[in-house]
Design a protein around this ligand. Structure first.
Ligand code: ZN
Length: 502
């Protein structure tokens, strides 16, 4: 059995190396590649991913897993090897259910859909993407049919990103959250908005970048095992546990852009850098779900990076970096500016309070489309109606409406939005648990000291990779199932104080 396990690990490592080589190509494409390299990069990336996929669905892997499963059942249930065998089995079962022809057809369709969307969005032209979206919906439903027995047609998609979560459970939780958030947004926006003009002065790029890098070094992002570059859309990408990179983008007239995207991506990257080194190249060697990944990025970006305590330490440094711009702006004014709550149309620019409403709108529309209750032609109107109901505003066009996000045009309809809000909810839960274990975390943050928080996250979350599911992690950390209570409490405390709510 040891020999079989060794063989499985060797095969998984080869697959991993093919995938990581494809990731280097993606990174290059999104950072420094001259435009002339696009065709070959696309081809090479496609080939590497196909080779990885073919190697993974090889019946020899299925045979190894069949042989190893009884062995795994006799190991201690939480041992690394037992978990490795079980998680690989899960991935394998999922992979072999979907015919390779379906996957290649779907990806070919998505490539065209994405191209069409990049032109349609600036021209406010929903009609040209409509047939593509209809086809995407068809593919998305057909994919679910490969997993008969699902409770909800969205579940097979949700499983891919947030394993073990179900559409009905998420809908119920989001419904509870919405009930809290809609009145909270109203209470806040009934008041005069804070002055955030300090953020929109001229801030030279180099100084902005250096400031962000200093902070994430303090957080514990390891630059010997990573680096930061610029790209049109910030992202985190991994080539191995020893090389987890991030990107950012800078706006010289908006201080928030580079700063908060840097903290966010560092949160994703520290998760991957923190995974147990012995999991490298196995099915356990990455973050466990979109929700838990997003909980790390949101925790560092928002709960830490937009907190008063954090800026008590960093604001004097920011003023030193930008003396002309900030000499007359107080810490209080700055803190209120970076936490301004407003009803807005754009998800990615949204504040902590309204952000989840944007996500729930997309999640609910997605379910309605998959259920066959919302035809694509009615989608733009349904989008506007929900924005009016939840956020009290409506986009004059589809540009900032249904054409806004890349997700449905570059992937399936289903599975990709819930992770953002799950991440927010889980970030509240984890931070609360970390504070109970180490009450000094808040005073540490006020002195620019993050070992206590980073150490807790590493030990309780990061190190485990995919060994535990989202539910298992939450259960073992909090002793209870997932709940929105700590996150709601966090929002009420923070924004209650900021906006003097009763
Ligand atoms: Zn993220």
């Amino acid at each position: 059995m040891e020999a079989k396990l060794k063989e499985l690990k060797t095969r998984l490592m080869e697959i991993y190396d093919l995938q990581m080589a494809a990731a280097i190509i993606i990174w290059d494409q999104s950072t420094y590649m001259p435009s002339g390299g696009a065709a070959a990069h696309g081809r090479q990336q496609g080939l590497l991913n196909r080779l990885a996929q073919e190697r993974f669905i090889d019946p020899a892997i299925g045979k190894l897993l069949d042989d190893l499963l009884p062995y795994a059942e006799n190991l201690p249930p939480d041992s690394d090897d037992a978990r490795l065998i079980q998680v690989t089995r899960r991935d394998y079962e999922q992979a072999i259910k979907v015919p390779p022809e379906f996957i290649s057809e779907f990806f070919a369709h998505i490539a065209q859909s994405y191209q069409t969307w990049t032109k349609a969005r600036p021209e406010n032209d929903f009609n040209s993407v409509k047939p593509y979206l209809e086809k995407t919906l068809d593919y998305s439903r057909r994919y679910s049919d490969y997993f008969p027995g699902y409770e909800h047609v969205a579940d097979p998609w949700i499983d891919r990103f947030d394993y073990g979560m179900k559409a009905n459970q998420i809908s119920k939780m989001f419904g509870e959250l919405r009930k809290e958030l809609v009145p909270l947004v109203k209470q806040i926006t009934d008041q005069p908005p804070p002055d955030d003009s300090c953020l929109f002065q001229s801030y030279p790029e180099d100084a902005q970048l250096a400031f962000g890098v200093d902070i994430i070094k303090d957080f514990g992002y390891d630059f010997d095992r990573g680096r930061q570059d610029k790209s049109p859309h910030p992202f985190t990408i991994k080539f191995s546990l020893g090389d987890v990179r991030i990107t950012t983008r800078v706006k010289e007239n908006d201080l928030r852009e580079a700063l908060f995207s840097t903290l966010h991506e560092a949160g994703h990257a520290m998760y991957e850098q923190g995974i147990d080194g012995t999991y490298e190249g196995t099915s356990l060697g990455r973050g466990t779900s979109s929700g838990v990944h997003e909980s790390s990025s949101r925790l560092w970006e928002n709960i830490v990076g937009r907190s008063k305590g954090f800026w008590k330490h960093y604001y004097p440094k920011l003023q030193e970096t930008f003396p002309e711009q900030l000499k007359d702006t107080s810490l209080e004014t700055f803190y209120r500016a970076i936490n301004k709550v407003e009803r807005s149309l754009i998800r990615t620019d949204a504040d902590e309070v309204t952000y989840n409403l944007h996500i729930m709108i997309r999640f609910d529309l997605e379910l309605a489309m998959l259920e066959g209750k919302l035809p694509i032609e009615d989608l733009p109107e349904a989008w506007h109606t929900r924005y009016k109901a939840d956020l009290g505003i409506q986009s004059p066009s589809n540009v900032d409406g249904v054409l806004q996000d890349i997700h449905w045009y570059q992937g399936a309809i289903g599975g990709m939005f819930q992770g953002y809000t799950l991440g927010n909810i889980i970030s509240g839960l984890f931070y609360d648990a970390a504070l109970q274990d180490h009450p000094q975390i808040q005073s540490d943050i006020e002195s620019g000291e993050f070992n206590s928080l980073h150490g807790w996250l590493k030990e309780n979350v990061y190190a485990h990779g995919r060994k535990f599911t989202t539910d298992e992690l939450i259960q073992s950390i909090t002793g209870k199932p997932l709940t929105i209570a700590p996150y709601i409490k966090y929002l009420r405390n923070k924004f209650g104080e900021l906006y003097s709510l009763s």
